[in-house]
Design a protein around this ligand. Structure first.
Ligand code: PLP
Length: 248
């Protein structure tokens, strides 16, 4: 982020940071969302994320003008703030539509669920990081590469994506995935590179355009990781993965 930020100063572009996975994370000693390296940070509170408000999310900024602009945009482009109005209001009842907007409001019910979860972020992240350390050591002798952790980042471990060392495994990625799922383990594969999606293919992107992303995807497997996961559940994941990858 610091390098992207440096480029934004050099070339004069703005940074909207997709931090959907990263509530509770730190980068270079500061919480993600602190705005040190971005204009706006966006978090998702979809049910699969670190905390949830059932649906919805949050956009954070340190810039008052951007905050006001987002508040207007989420409310049909309408404001009741006299400072934002483009002409003198004729009475206290007056609202003014100053731009086009849509309804991006979170309902109060969703917000209260989100607020109660917000108090638990640090606890959720601490549990994930403990499980990460356990996975890292339990998987050390398996033909997999555990997720890289940069020294300057404290990840939330929203996902625990390993890379299968397929040259040491007799099965394909799809077979490993299927055998794990047969055991009712909620493995997944994150993510399908966007340039291979139909929408981007129609824009002219082709397979092979981003070989590193494709290579990563072809070896990826996300293991189950959630706060509240027990050591026993985690041991079972490792046991089964170990058996499957050993059938060489
Ligand atoms: C979940 C997610 C989104 C979408 O979040 P919504 O709350 O569904 O809008 C976008 N980007 C990333 C990286 C995500 O993980």
């Amino acid at each position: 982020m610091s390098r992207i930020h440096a480029l934004s100063l050099e070339y004069g572009f703005r940074i909207i940071e997709d931090a959907s996975h990263a509530i509770g994370a730190k980068y270079a000693g500061a919480p993600v969302g602190s705005g040190r390296y971005s204009d706006i940070s966006v978090f998702s509170f979809h049910p699969v994320k670190i905390i949830t408000s059932a649906e919805g999310g949050m956009a954070m900024t340190n810039q008052p003008a951007l905050a006001k602009r987002m508040q207007v945009l989420r409310n049909h482009g309408i404001t009741r703030d006299p400072e934002l109005m483009t002409r003198e209001p004729i009475g206290d009842w007056e609202y003014q539509q100053i731009s086009l907007g849509a309804n991006y409001r979170m309902s109060d019910i969703h917000a209260s669920l989100g607020l109660s979860q917000l108090h638990r972020v640090d606890d959720f992240v601490a549990q994930r990081r403990r499980l990460q350390a356990r996975y890292d050591s339990l998987l050390a002798d398996l033909p997999v590469i555990t997720p890289y952790q940069s020294k300057e980042c404290d990840s939330t471990l929203h996902l625990y994506p390993i890379q299968l060392q397929l040259e040491h495994i007799s099965l394909t990625q799809a077979e490993v995935f299927a055998r794990m799922r047969e055991q009712e383990l909620g493995v997944n594969i994150h993510y399908i590179p966007v340039h291979t999606q139909p929408y981007y293919q129609a824009l002219g992107f082709k397979h092979g355009d981003f070989p590193n992303a494709e290579r990563y995807y072809e070896r990826a497997l996300s293991l189950p990781l959630f706060h509240g996961m027990t050591d026993k559940e985690q041991d079972r994941v490792v046991d089964i993965l170990s058996r499957i990858t050993r059938t060489a």
